[in-house]
Design a protein around this ligand. Sequence first.
Ligand code: ITT
Length: 209
Amino acid sequence: MENDELNISMMKLVFATHNEHKLKELRSKLSQLGPDRVHWEIFSLDDIGCTEEIPEPHETLQENAMAKARYVWERYSLPCFADDTGLEIDALDGRPGVYSARYAGEGCSFADNVLKVLKEMKGEHRRSARFRTVIALILEGEGHYFEGQVEGSILEEGRGDGGFGYDPVFMPEGYALSFAEMPLSEKNRISHRARAVEQLIEFLAMVDG
Ligand code: ITT
């Protein structure tokens, strides 16, 4: 889509992700926040015709998030942001961390990753972990970062069929449900991504006036 084909009544922002679950969570979070706080229209990579895999070659969430946002900014000149997320398990020295997407190997599924984590955590008493999201935003060529995290623990086996990724094995602190057992609206109140998105929206409201 060309810039001038975009409707100009609202500011446009591209979410540089190929992960449809992230996009769904973001849209749901924005509607939870309501139109008073959200004056931005979100475009997906499909909406702008970007189908290529975007490389994530770095060893930190910050650098990978910025690499994804920069990729879109450099090719499409549209304001955009990207999220890089990792599950950090204390007993595994922070793994899978920045390698969360391909923890069980190139081309692996969410289920493969979950199985690998369950196997590595078998018999382990120390179950503490956290999800951490870094959002990198490029607005008028300038980079900005926002971060969110949620503490919790790794279950002994997967529970629930909602959510995505490691959600079936992650139980946030203070809850008796895994992320995959909660309605999305609840995950979106407390999650790593929701917290990072709240900061992003606060920042955008500030620059928006
Ligand atoms: P994009 O890079 O296109 O955004 P991705 O799936 O590759 O999509 P990441 O590089 O951030 O995203 O990879 C993080 C992986 O961590 C992701 O593939 C999931 O397996 C997992 N993950 C991310 N957010 C999660 C969440 O909210 N709940 C459970 N698992 C999550």
